[in-house]
Write a protein that binds this ligand. Structure first.
Ligand code: PLP
Ligand code: COI
Length: 341
């Protein structure tokens, strides 16, 4: 199979239309067989549930070319599980786990020419999503849904790759107490758009959201969880019922303990503790681990000792180990890697 002629090393995080995507429709209370198609267009009612009341959920995962030339995905079963949780919270039907995994495999295999080569720094980003498609005008869940998966080759989420980021403490909240912060629903991202546009205009790379109830604890950014390293070398990551349970973060906690022999804990992290941290990073599928150099709280700067030029040493070890596992350079824990071809 011949790869597409792309400048793999210079891709940003954007949409590139690839050749194939997967579509399955839910009507009369059942999913159809699903199909891989070249058609990237969606036609729906002007009154579709997704357009009126934002009934849509999504996932994000990546396919990688390993050192020995295989194409693999990383823990896609956890994306399937999380999508089920998102669906349940928004009163949507469950897309079965085996079907989810099969749809991902099919989209990756069909688009094998679009999977960036090993060592290029790029990956194939996969976007499963589901939305209410029939007309809905009274506020209630849709009856009919569409599940789709598309693929797009991507480079780093943040321009500048591994250059440490500057984060603004946002005055806006991303999620409400007892709300939907813990699921991957489009509405959470719509909520964050004004905040991110404002932060970018002011020269910041991202927002730090605090817990909406007390505004004393660190939650997450618009698209990634936080990870901190204490001055005595312990990995700490915020625990909260209103943040997305990041698969990258959960994997990194295990990598820290089992591969690097570090202490790692998930616990509430108070904003006041940040001044005592040695390193900070953002973790997620898109972000991988992006180092944070500075957090700015209404003009007051909290500068991490790792500085504004490079990743902190423990963040770097976590990054190297995680990406090593994903690219097949380091042996993965049982069940983490799904080989597609
Ligand atoms: N938090 C938010 C709000 C996200 O959108 C994402 C991205 O998926 C993450 C965290 C990281 O989650 P994961 O590591 O599963 O990609
Ligand atoms: C991901 O990391 O997959 C996400 O969904 C984050 C998004 C902001 C691109």
């Amino acid at each position: 199979m011949e790869k597409k002629n792309l400048d793999w090393g210079n891709l940003g995080f954007g949409y590139v239309k690839t050749d194939y995507r997967y579509v399955s429709n839910y009507t009369n209370g059942a999913w159809d067989a699903g199909v891989v198609t070249e058609d990237d267009q969606i036609t729906m009612s002007e009154c579709a549930g997704v357009l009126q009341y934002a009934q849509t959920i999504f996932e994000g995962l990546k396919a990688y070319t390993t050192e020995d030339g295989k194409i693999v995905t990383f823990r896609p079963d956890l994306n399937a599980d999380r999508m089920m949780d998102s669906a349940a919270r928004l009163e949507m039907p469950i897309f079965p786990k085996e079907r989810f995994l099969d749809a991902i495999d099919k989209v990756v295999s069909a688009n094998a020419a679009w999977v960036p080569p090993y060592g290029s720094g790029a990956t194939l980003y996969l976007r499963p999503y589901m939305f209410g498609i029939n007309p809905v005008i009274g506020v209630k869940p849709a009856d009919d849904y569409q599940f789709r998966v598309f693929a797009t080759p991507v480079g780093p989420y943040f321009k500048g790759g591994a250059k440490p980021l500057t984060i603004k403490v946002s005055d806006f909240d991303r999620a409400a107490p007892n709300g939907t912060g813990m699921i991957k629903a489009g509405l959470n991202y719509a909520m964050s758009l004004h905040a991110i546009v404002t932060a970018h205009k002011e020269g910041f790379d991202e927002n730090m959201y605090l817990d909406p109830k007390t505004r004393t604890k660190v939650e997450e950014t618009g698209g990634a969880n936080f990870l901190f390293v204490t001055k005595d070398g312990k990995v700490v990551t915020p625990k909260s019922g209103s943040i997305l349970p990041s698969i990258t973060r959960r994997s990194l906690v295990q990598v820290a303990k089992d591969y690097l022999g570090l202490e790692a804990e998930e616990r509430e992290v108070y904003f006041d503790e940040l001044k005592d941290m040695a390193e900070c990073g953002l973790c997620g599928t898109a972000a991988v681990i992006s180092p944070v150099g500075k957090v700015v709280d209404h003009g007051k700067e909290i500068c991490f000792p790792s500085g504004m030029n490079e990743m902190g040493p423990i963040t770097k070890k976590l990054y190297d180990t995680l990406t090593g596992i994903q690219m097949g350079r380091i042996e993965a824990p049982e069940g983490w890697i799904r080989v597609i071809g």
